[in-house]
Write a protein that binds this ligand. Structure first.
Ligand SMILES: NC(=O)c1ccc[n+]([C@@H]2O[C@H](COP(=O)([O-])OP(=O)(O)OC[C@H]3O[C@@H](n4cnc5c(N)ncnc54)[C@H](OP(=O)(O)O)[C@@H]3O)[C@@H](O)[C@H]2O)c1
Length: 276
């Protein structure tokens, strides 16, 4: 199967990627290798996940050409001062044993360092060839607006928490206004979506699981998803979402699951500003 892509500001991002947070050691290398052998072409890591070395091991073990795989990593906010950012990007590449990542993100906003300085450093790292593309993560509507004005190089995405239990329509609209792809992290709500009765019922009508409905709901909106699993058998399940379509009535019903307490990841983490 040819993996569908989302196009944004000059980049083509495979619409499904493998999330790797909390995958460590040999499990991480094994799951990355297995995912690539099963058709995944996009891997999401971060310096904070402490697994870039094993992601690199999995990549090489798979035997898939480097050019065929879209690799994202992220700079931790403690390293947003310009010199540190450059050093952190180089260290990530050393651990991954790659000369370039496809996408380098600011992991969370950091109000302690002026955004203009951090974006200048990120753009410089791109011009140096360490990253093909750059973007942000956990940016609010206001921060997306600021970032696109300040960035010397195009930003291609905002990676945010997104799943049926959380309404992210405002920040998604801001991303779309500026041509940024939306990458959904925790796309099955860390497993909670897999336990949702409504998603299970809709899935049953299509011969699919609740987790697959959660992923399809996002993909059908043109959102990139990066589900994580430590279980090789679930890799195929999370990829098998291109042979069915949710009706607009089903899409609306699923959107109705969103509620104010639906957010999983604590966004005040790292001193980030409140969401709009
Ligand atoms: N930018 C950021 O700040 C940020 C924050 C959070 C996450 N992320 C990225 O996004 C990725 C995904 O998010 P996440 O790891 O938070 O959550 P997630 O992908 O929504 O959920 C992962 C959990 O769901 C389970 N699961 C996976 N597939 C399943 C299936 N088909 N049926 C039932 N359960 C299933 C997994 O358990 P098993 O392992 O047992 O399958 C795991 O416990 C992360 O790994 C990371 O790469 C980024």
């Amino acid at each position: 199967m040819q993996m569908p892509v989302v196009e944004a500001n000059g980049v083509k991002i495979p619409i499904i990627g493998l999330g790797t947070w909390e995958l460590r050691g040999r499990t991480c290398a094994r799951v990355v290798d297995a995912a690539l052998r099963r058709g995944y072409r996009h891997i999401d890591t971060a310096e904070m996940y402490d697994n870039e070395r094993e992601v690199g091991d999995g990549l090489r073990a798979s035997g898939i050409d480097r050019e065929e795989v879209f690799v994202t990593t992220k700079i931790w906010p403690a390293h947003f001062a310009p010199r540190e950012l450059e050093r952190a990007a180089s260290s990530s590449l050393t651990r991954l044993r790659l000369t370039q990542v496809d996408l380098l993100l600011l992991h969370w906003p950091n109000p302690q360092v002026p955004l203009s300085e951090t974006l200048d450093a990120l753009s410089k790292v791109k011009r140096m060839g360490l990253a093909r593309h750059i973007g942000v993560s956990n940016f609010t509507v206001a921060l997306v607006e600021q970032a696109v004005k300040l960035a010397a190089e195009p930003l291609v995405c905002n990676q945010i928490e997104m799943h049926p239990l959380l309404d992210q329509s405002k920040v998604v609209a801001a991303c779309r206004r500026h041509g940024l792809a939306v990458v959904a992290y925790s796309p099955i709500a860390r497993g909670d979506a897999a336990n949702e009765k409504m998603l299970a019922r809709i899935g049953k009508a299509h011969g699919k699981t609740a987790a697959q409905v959660s992923l399809r709901f996002l993909v059908q909106q043109g959102v990139v998803v990066i589900p994580r699993t430590s279980r090789v058998e679930r890799l195929a399940e999370n990829l098998a979402i291109f042979d069915f379509e949710l009706s607009s009535a089903e899409m609306n019903e699923i959107a109705g699951l969103a509620h104010p307490g639906g957010r999983i990841v604590d966004y005040t983490y790292c001193g980030s500003p409140q969401w709009d």
